[in-house]
Ligand binder design. Structure first.
Ligand SMILES: [Zn+2]
Length: 321
């Protein structure tokens, strides 16, 4: 049996116990009060513009909270107390080894949070908005119900980010819950642009942000590949999202080093697999919702972060380090 706790001299370096942090332009992410500056804007749940996770849960593999919070209905925020944050952190480091990436199927992070807040159980530790702004919604100690995975244990071992992207909802012919008469991306002066409704545009941290995919596929603009049996057609994420995501992954790896800086990659074929992995529960690193969930044991089949997501770019960024 491996030891349950890391010795204190084995704790990840560069962490500091959180005393006070400025609310203005925070760049820290936080686990059990330990913070890590990731070099890009992170709006915390305490802040005026922040989003507070409406549906936190206790992890069953962590013991520094009231166990009545595990898989129980959401309670008032004051019920979610981390007891002895130092040993809670050591425990968290031992048990969390996956960072799961999602697209949110929404116009923006504000839109995504509206849906989370309406749900009695949904949540995600991070949102990554169109303009590259990150939102952390709760301490990473807590579990969020974002990806049960095919073994229904996925959230116990993971933290999550919902990246703003409409996926197939952007296509007029494929949208399921946001129907529009024409595609939501239109080409203007040679560039693809998302026609973002004003209500969501105004909520972005960056004024007048133009939502342009980082890469366009040929003339049609959107990418198309089969994932877990479904052809997923979607425009790419923005350049700002990729840049912030890379910094977030590196920061997450500092705080929770069992989340290794690696993504699913098949050495034999030289390709990044998109379907559910065979060893999905053991993988230690950064992977997609689709990599852990193809719809066994009564859970939904998942396709995110989708066909446009640039796995090779993440791999290269990690390799350079
Ligand atoms: Zn997902």
């Amino acid at each position: 049996m491996p030891p349950l706790y890391l010795a204190s001299n084995e704790l990840p370096r560069h962490n500091q116990v959180l005393a006070q942090f400025p609310y203005d332009m925070n760049q820290n992410i936080i686990a059990c009060g330990h913070k890590k500056d990731i070099g890009t804007r992170v709006v915390l749940w305490h802040e005026g513009d922040g989003f507070n996770c409406p549906n936190k849960r206790g992890r069953s593999n962590c013991s520094h909270h009231d166990s009545k919070l595990n898989d129980a209905p959401s309670r008032k925020d004051s019920a979610y107390k981390i007891l002895k944050p130092e040993s809670a952190y050591r425990e968290l480091v031992q048990h969390v080894h996956q960072f799961v990436l999602h697209y949110d199927g929404c116009y923006s992070s504000h839109h995504c949070h509206q849906l989370m807040a309406k749900s009695p159980f949904k949540g995600s530790h991070f949102y990554l908005d169109l303009d590259g702004t990150l939102y952390q919604t709760c301490d990473l100690y807590w579990k969020t119900n974002t990806a049960p995975a095919d073994d229904r244990q996925g959230n116990e071992r993971a933290i999550h980010v919902e990246i703003a992207n409409l996926a197939w909802e952007a296509l007029a012919c494929e949208s399921e819950w946001l129907p529009t008469p024409r595609d939501k991306y239109q080409k203007k002066r040679g560039q693809w642009l998302l026609e973002l409704p004003d209500a969501y545009r105004k909520k972005l941290q960056t004024t007048d942000f133009k939502v342009t995919p980082s890469r366009a596929y040929g003339e049609r603009g959107y990418f198309s590949r089969k994932i877990n049996g479904r052809v997923v057609r979607m425009w790419d994420f923005t350049e700002e999202q990729y840049q912030a995501l890379t910094k977030l992954c590196i920061g997450v790896n500092h705080l929770l080093p069992k989340i290794k800086l690696q993504v699913p990659f098949d050495k034999k074929t030289g390709r990044h697999p998109l379907d559910r992995l065979k060893n999905y529960s053991k993988f230690s690193g950064i992977l997609g919702h689709a990599h852990v969930q193809k719809g066994e044991n009564g859970v939904e089949c998942k396709y995110d972060p989708g066909s446009a997501f640039n796995w090779a770019r993440l791999k290269k960024a990690f390799h350079r380090r």
